[in-house]
Design a protein around this ligand. Structure first.
Ligand code: FE2
Length: 260
């Protein structure tokens, strides 16, 4: 059995933002307007979350997106520095992007993922095994304006949700089940959430860890007898943001009490 820790949504801000141009300030001010915590405190919370995972003896850590507030290279570099100082090896940490990490374009994220981040974590979206469970990191980001927070899994990545023959853990930033009603869904949801939701419900051996909602939740896809969709609270919002799971040939099981 492996002990897996999930962290999500650190929304890091660079410690020195004085070099920003006016348009960069506007984006950062908009995105941070409902998250008043300062750059230092965000970095401290992420360091603490990794320390908690280390103290618990986690074999692997997954970070399910929104590393940064607005995808500045210095924010990715700060994230990489904190992961590097965490004591986990590169092979023990898996990172996927969130919508905030693509607000300067998906290419900008790809550059960070191949550079500073790749030195300290798995960022390639390659499938790997963790104690007989296939782990499938997906990228649900879109190129979009920062007022929108939608995502897409897309046809090619949705193939990973079909013909599953062993316990499989999918990592994606956006929830795989519809979570917003009405017109607001356009701003928040996967554009292909209906297809993803159907596939997750149809496959009993499929588990999903996601971020985005900043809430500690276990969800039951339609017809499921046990929870198979998990999310933690956001690192940016609380000191109690790490979730732990047991992972083995029987699947993925969350540990401990949930926070909300
Ligand atoms: Fe977030």
């Amino acid at each position: 059995m492996a002990l897996l820790a999930q962290l999500s949504d650190a929304h890091l801000i660079e410690l020195d933002a004085s070099e920003r141009e006016a348009s960069d300030w506007l984006r950062l001010a908009f995105l941070s307007s409902y998250r008043p915590s300062r750059a230092e405190s965000r970095a401290r919370k992420l360091a603490r979350a990794f320390a908690r995972a280390r103290e618990a003896g986690a074999d692997h850590v997954v970070f399910t997106g929104d590393l940064t507030e607005d995808a500045a290279p210095a924010q990715f570099a700060l994230f990489a520095q904190l992961v590097g100082e965490s004591g986990f090896t590169r092979e023990q940490v898996t990172i996927i992007p969130g919508n905030h990490d693509a607000y300067r374009g998906r290419d900008a994220y790809a550059r960070a993922a191949a550079g500073t981040l790749a030195a300290v974590a798995r960022t390639s979206h390659e499938v790997f095994e963790l104690d007989n469970v296939r782990v499938v990191p997906l990228d649900s980001t879109l190129d979009q304006h920062y007022v929108r927070a939608a995502g897409r899994i897309g046809v090619a990545q949705r193939e990973h949700l079909r013909d599953v023959t062993q316990p499989t853990l999918v990592l994606q930033h956006h929830p795989p089940l519809a979570h917003v009603r009405g017109p607001l869904a356009w701003f928040q949801e996967l554009v292909d959430v209906a297809e993803v939701q159907r596939a997750v419900a149809a496959t009993q051996q499929l588990y999903v860890m996601h971020g985005h909602v900043h809430r500690d939740r276990d969800l039951f896809p339609l017809g499921a007898t046990r929870p198979r969709v998990f999310s933690p609270r956001a690192v940016v919002e609380t000191d109690a943001s790490v979730r732990f799971y047991e992972v083995d040939e029987r699947g993925v099981r969350p540990l401990g009490e949930r926070q909300d």
